[in-house]
Write a protein that binds this ligand. Structure first.
Ligand code: SF4
Ligand code: SF4
Length: 261
């Protein structure tokens, strides 16, 4: 998911697809490129990807971060990128790739679902409103692009069961975009507020401990039905974390959480 400013949209590689534009694609094991796309990747993981994968693997989010991702803070940025760590073999294969294909297929990341289309969030001016945008961009080696099966973005999204993933990614993109200008002040991107923000979105198990085992509930007012839900529902907790971040960093209030007076 690229954060795109409206003035940059024409410069991006690939063919931009509107809702009715068609593209051809079919991926199957009979193609000589089968699985070639699952190696040597800069595969960005969004918060919901990380949540689904750690649940799929049946491990804690601490362990998932430790074993499966690289957290990269680039110079001049204020929040790190989270990339799936490729295996330490010559081909740098995805850790989930097997001879039969993807071993986490049902929980594969949003980027893998959307491929060979790339998803972005287009921000217009200073309204803060984002629109999802899609670009058809198969690499040259991907033979699926020469097949005759035609899709539109809505039919492809449905076929890949990506609607919910896209919604979660877009919700995150709103915050990610706000994190592109320094929200930390002098603390900087390695400071305590940055670490808390990272925990809330990428380390859901720790965030739950923080909500229920610290003084969090003394400081914030949350409806009891929601509180109950947050104890067991990771998706709800992630969305709640987004709202909490907006409140703490930018004083944007929501129905879910308020400061106690
Ligand atoms: S390269 Fe393209 S066609 Fe080949 S396996 Fe990957 S997605 Fe499918
Ligand atoms: S998660 Fe699955 S689909 Fe995505 S790169 Fe890895 S093996 Fe391929």
């Amino acid at each position: 998911m690229k954060i795109i400013a409206s003035e940059d949209i024409e410069q991006l590689p690939g063919r931009r697809l509107g809702p009715d534009d068609r593209f051809c694609f079919r991926c199957h094991a009979g193609l000589s490129c089968f699985n070639r796309c699952c190696r040597n990747l800069n595969l960005f993981l969004y918060p919901y990807d990380a949540l689904r994968l750690k649940n799929r693997l049946g491990i804690s989010s601490d362990r998932f971060i430790e074993e499966y991702v690289d957290v990269v803070l680039r110079t001049g940025q204020f929040f790190p990128e989270v990339l799936l760590r490729m295996a330490a073999n010559d081909e740098r294969t995805c850790p989930f790739l097997t001879g039969e294909g993807c071993s986490v297929y049902v929980d594969r990341p949003d980027t893998c679902r959307t491929f060979p289309v790339e998803q972005g969030a287009l921000f217009e001016g200073n309204t803060g409103k984002s629109t999802p945008v899609f670009f058809y961009r198969p690499p040259d080696f991907c033979l699926g692009q020469h097949e005759t099966r035609a899709w539109t973005i809505p039919t492809w999204t449905r076929d890949q069961k990506a609607e919910y993933y896209h919604r979660m990614t877009q919700r995150w993109s709103d915050i990610r975009r706000m994190l592109t200008s320094n929200p930390w002040g002098r603390e900087g991107p390695e400071g305590p507020r940055a670490k808390m923000t990272f925990m809330a979105v990428y380390n859901i198990d720790r965030f739950r401990e923080f909500v229920f085992q610290s003084s969090f509930l003394k400081r914030y007012r949350i409806k009891s039905a929601l509180k109950k839900k947050l104890r067991r529902d990771d998706d709800a907790l992630l969305l709640f974390g987004f709202d909490w971040i907006k409140l703490v960093l930018w004083q944007v209030s929501s129905k879910k959480i308020r400061l106690r007076e």
